[in-house]
Design a protein around this ligand. Structure first.
Ligand code: PEP
Ligand code: MG
Length: 752
């Protein structure tokens, strides 16, 4: 599948000659397109470069009309060329004019051409332009063509950055030095001013072409040897020796590191004239294109292995052996990441972390939940953010509006400094409410609780004046641990939580792993749809030992006290019988061992899967309480992945469908006298909390920072009026009723 040696080698040699020849940037680009068209037998080869405003300008062409050069411009994202740049993807279209994104430019004379192959010219994730070939015939370009064009684009990018071609390099510098705003989604409330730290910045390969290919092969081989030795060492580490899951993962890495195909491709790339570092990057890029094209999850996983190994190898080759340990973080770090897991966020020094910007990721993703718990302002869905910043740039994260201001002007900084001051003032007002009970104007007492997941969250309980912990996500402790936390460690962790709660109730949630909550040491099945796969209670019932050990730890930690325990992702009432039976076994075991257990155990089910809404009569007779996990319930009701920024915001939680579901639940809970609460993210937003109260909920649980704003709303609310409005609106409206609720709040003088 790899490009035949000669084509790649020929092109690399000629590119090297072109770079060495006298001449200006334009003439070099002209030579490149001429040469590439010849080697690839293409009717057209063109180079488009990005201008300051994000548009792409035709800089050189072989085959299109010469008069179009420097005249034809594609707006940002326009046409297939704009698409390749915007999404940083390779486009291979047999019949480009038929593609809905095709943008026809008569001045170029391109109506003659059908097939089109466009690859981004990119450096360390920054798209600088697009390299395109076109042919008259209808054809899909081969893997070899793709590889040759990608390799050429890499050389062009390298030389653009070094100023060897085009003479337009200041454009790129300027684009990374000007003020700009990126609009994303606010995923954790707050405002932060600080400086950019790129999460896991990729090694930038600065030298592309090798002067001495033989010596370069030697470097590559030495690097490979070191990589393999480091994996052997990891694998033989005594702490891991008995841990099957860890060993499996590392064994897979090790096998990949010994993979003959990978080694051969790296050798071939070096033999074509690249440095060892550039060879690793190129093989990684070309393999990614191929693997991702299959759309198969198995290959995506393999790609992750390869990415990890490639990064390790590049670090070794560059002399940086281990991952950065974030020691030189500025004291006002704003982290920029393509995507991120919650454990990764916790890897950073919290005292220096102010804000987070993730290109991927919605408000319900776990990194957002952790950011909220840590009080870090965060913006998700910030497409193209990383491409537009340098480490150390000044930046403002507005976790209220979702804006990210890059390199803000001094006016902007002072406006935001005022905002921060205003928010601090408001925070002080909320603090004054801390010891007031949350009672509506019509005397309804609302129980306000916090969501927590780590011991560091517990001081928020007293600080916020909340009534208890409505959701303690135990999996965060497991996710942070490098090995499975054994019984004693679990007992110690839960005992500390109860001690910190100081008599206020804590609702522990049994492990909710699987889906997007991955434990590095637990081998999980590769699943097509992990969110609806083998997770949470399903795992507990199939692997009872894991669940039972956790129950044992809860019981021991809550000895002599009341234990509140709930299980996530219940999808059939009967599952609660199985859970109770497992708990009973642990009770018996405890008694036999002569150990003290909890004074009382209250067992709850999380309502997250719509199916149980239709088994409420059965379910409510088997549980002591219900807690609505609205994050999951909404994603399943609307069939919209909560972690996918493209779809997570398509639905509105204040829509008739979920509100009817919640109303049904409240009624049924009243009938069976079962306490019910909501612990998903919607409970922490004042407008949604107001609606929940209108539906009849009298207990809600949220991120600690939301307690103040929600309590302030409650003190101004007459619950009978919102209940009456909802009754009326739910009769014959459809879709979102947010606007109507907002109007109501305004007319009632409720500040949301
Ligand atoms: C929920 O789904 O609403 C919930 C509280 O659980 P988690 O966000 O941890 O899945
Ligand atoms: Mg959930």
């Amino acid at each position: 599948m790899i490009a035949s040696e000669p084509a790649l080698r020929v092109i690399m040699r000629r590119l090297r000659e072109i770079m060495a020849e006298p001449g200006d940037g334009q003439s070099r680009l002209d030579k490149i397109v001429h040469h590439v068209a010849g080697v690839m037998v293409a009717d057209v080869c063109s180079i488009y470069l990005k201008r300051q405003d994000g548009s792409l300008e035709l800089f050189a062409t072989e085959g299109l009309k010469a008069t179009a050069v420097h005249q034809t411009r594609m707006n940002r994202g326009e046409g297939l060329v704009g698409r390749a740049a915007e999404l940083n993807i390779t486009i291979n279209e047999p019949d480009a004019p038929k593609h809905p994104s095709f943008s026809y430019r008569p001045e170029t004379g391109e109506e003659l051409y059908h097939s089109l192959l466009a690859v981004p010219i990119q450096r360390s994730g920054d798209v600088l332009g697009v390299l395109v070939v076109q042919n008259r015939t209808l054809k899909e370009y081969s893997d070899e063509d793709v590889e040759v064009l990608q390799a050429t684009a890499m050389v062009v990018a390298e030389n653009l950055m070094s100023g060897a071609v085009a003479g337009s390099e200041p454009e790129f510098e300027i684009s990374k030095s000007m003020s700009a705003v990126i609009k994303g989604d606010a995923i954790s409330e707050g405002i932060a001013l600080g400086h950019v730290v790129l999460h896991e910045p990729r090694i930038v390969v600065t030298k592309l072409m090798a002067e001495d290919p033989v010596a370069e092969l030697g470097r590559l081989e030495a690097g490979m040897l070191e990589l393999r030795a480091s994996l052997d060492e990891l694998l033989s580490h005594e702490n891991l020796a008995n841990d099957g899951e860890h060993r499996d993962v590392l064994e897979a890495y090790r096998m990949f590191a010994h993979d003959r195909g990978w080694e051969r491709r790296l050798h071939e790339a070096v033999q074509s004239g690249l440095t060892a570092d550039a060879a690793v990057e190129r093989v990684q890029n070309t393999t990614r294109t191929r693997m991702l094209r299959t759309g198969d999850s198995f290959w995506r996983e393999r790609q992750r292995d390869l990415d990890d190994l490639s990064d390790r190898l590049m670090r070794i080759l560059s002399g940086r052996k281990s991952k950065d340990n974030h020691e030189d973080m500025p004291p006002d770090t704003i982290l920029f990441a393509r995507n991120m897991g919650p454990a990764e966020l916790l890897d950073y020094d919290q005292s220096k972390l102010r804000g987070l910007v993730v290109e991927d990721g919605s408000g319900q993703s776990h990194v957002a939940i952790v950011a909220k718990a840590l009080g870090i302002a965060a913006v998700g869905g910030a497409v193209g953010a990383i491409e537009r910043v340098n480490a150390g740039d000044a930046v403002i994260v507005d976790g209220v509006s979702g804006a990210v201001h890059l390199r803000p002007s001094s006016d902007m900084v002072s406006a935001y400094t005022d905002k921060v001051r205003f928010r601090a003032r408001r925070q002080r007002q909320y603090e004054k409410l801390r010891d007031l009970p949350a009672v509506t104007k019509d005397n309804q007492r609302i129980s306000l609780n916090i969501n927590a997941g780590l011991l560091v969250d517990m001081p928020h309980l007293a600080e916020s004046g909340a009534d208890g912990v409505g959701l303690f996500r135990t999996e965060l402790h497991f996710m942070l641990s490098h090995t499975f936390p054994r019984l004693e460690r679990q007992i110690a962790a839960y005992s500390s939580v109860l001690k910190e709660a100081n008599g206020k109730p804590v609702v522990f949630r049994a492990l909710d792993i699987g889906g997007d909550k991955v434990l590095p040491y637990l081998r999980q099945l590769k699943e097509e749809n992990p969110a609806i796969g083998w997770r949470a209670i399903r795992m507990s019932l199939d692997r009872p030992a894991l669940f039972r050990m956790q129950v044992r730890a809860f019981m021991r930690a809550a000895a002599g006290q009341e234990l509140h325990l709930m299980v996530p992702m219940v999808s059939a009432a009967g599952e609660m019988d199985q859970i109770r039976a497992l708990i009973q076994k642990e009770r018996t075991r405890l008694r036999k061992a002569g150990l003290q257990g909890p004074k009382k155990l209250r067992l709850g089910a999380m309502l997250e899967v719509p199916s149980v809404l239709f088994e409420l009569d059965q379910l409510l007779q088997k549980v002591d309480f219900i807690s609505v996990g609205s994050n999951d319930l909404l994603q399943f009701l609307f069939a919209a992945d909560r972690t996918n920024a493209h779809v997570a915001n398509r639905y509105d939680s204040l829509s008739i469908a979920p509100l009817r579901a919640l109303k049904t639940l409240v009624k049924a809970c009243k009938k069976y006298n079962v306490p019910v609460t909501v612990c998903g993210e919607m409970a922490g937003r004042p407008i949604e909390a107001m609606v929940l109260i209108g539906l009849g909920f009298r207990s809600i649980s949220m991120a600690p920072a939301s307690i103040g704003p929600v309590k302030s709303m409650i003190l101004d609310l007459d619950s009978r009026r919102i209940a009456a409005l909802l009754n009326e609106l739910m009769r014959d409206n459809t879709g979102s009723i947010r606007n109507k609720i907002e109007r109501f709040a305004k007319s009632e003088g409720i500040d949301l």
